[in-house]
Design a protein around this ligand. Structure first.
Ligand SMILES: [Fe+2]
Ligand SMILES: [Fe+2]
Length: 279
């Protein structure tokens, strides 16, 4: 992997026409037959059509408190990128739902109800803090996943990988926006750490519930290769906890992140592949 540098990546709003596997082609073990990685990412995909509309509403509701035109412009691009993300994940998630996992829609409905309730009843600081907590975690995950090159492996379904590669690239492009909004309006370090903890556990708990459910159903239907071994599940949680911890440091800033030339190339590649782009 080429050396990471301080490269600027402009926030580019891309409209994509991604190709997904057919329902016959789609295998829940899409990622190198690795049940942990496969179900972890499917759980994340299921979360996004609830999370991303929430973060758009939360950040847009805070714009009247932002006095910096540059931050305001970036909020707009951030929201338009996130809107593209959840629309593509909604399309992809149809493939997951076609597999019919009893109990999955109840987990999703509970998640949606929580986000709706927070928008209605929690203070703006809570919602903006939640967005920053989630975004700081996804930045860590996106950098780790893209730099590992794991999505490019031959035994990974490249149609599914394309969805995640594009999405993770754009998460890196807009990595500083939620942080800057939070710092601009509140700048309260202790509260930020608290909200990182709440947001990061919220997504991890959702993913683990979906992973356990889907893996259990598929193991009964298709065989033991769909079972997530306990040691791998523990490893996934440990990796997430490490990424959480990075975001709690007093000197944490997404502005310090070094972007590898490979990620820069991915951004260019997806701009070429997009139906339309707006920088
Ligand atoms: Fe996103
Ligand atoms: Fe994001």
């Amino acid at each position: 992997m080429s050396e990471a540098q301080q490269i600027d990546l402009p926030i580019t709003v891309r409209r994509m026409e991604l190709e997904f596997p057919t329902s016959e082609q789609f295998d829940p073990l899409w990622a190198a037959s690795n049940p942990t990685v496969s179900y972890f990412t499917l759980g994340l995909s299921l979360y996004l059509p609830y999370l991303e509309p929430y973060i758009i509403k939360a950040l847009r509701s805070a714009t009247h408190l932002v006095k910096d035109d540059d931050v305001l412009e970036k909020i707009d691009k951030f929201c338009r990128q996130e809107a593209q993300h959840y629309k593509q994940h909604e399309k992809f998630n149809v493939l997951i739902h076609k597999r019919d996992y009893p109990g999955l829609t109840e987990i999703e409905a509970q998640c949606k109800a929580e986000f709706d309730e927070w928008l209605d009843n929690k203070p703006m600081k809570y919602n903006v803090g939640f967005v920053e907590g989630f975004e700081s975690y996804t930045t860590q995950g996106a950098v780790a996943a893209l730099n590992s090159g794991a999505l490019n492996s031959q035994n990974v379904d490249q149609k599914v990988a394309d969805l995640f590669r594009w999405h993770l690239t754009e998460e890196i492009e807009h990595r500083t926006v939620a942080f800057d909004v939070y710092e601009h309006i509140y700048g309260d370090y202790g509260y930020r750490v608290k909200m990182c903890w709440i947001a990061q556990w919220h997504v991890l708990r959702f993913i683990m519930r979906c992973m356990n459910l889907m893996s259990r159903v598929d193991t009964l239907r298709y065989g033991p290769q769909y079972k997530v071994p306990v040691y791998m599940k523990s490893g996934a949680v440990a990796a997430a906890l490490y990424q959480f911890a990075v975001t709690y440091m007093p000197n944490y800033s997404p502005h310090k992140l070094k972007i590898s030339p490979a990620i820069h190339k991915l951004a260019e590649r997806y701009s070429e592949k997009a139906i339309s782009t707006q920088v």
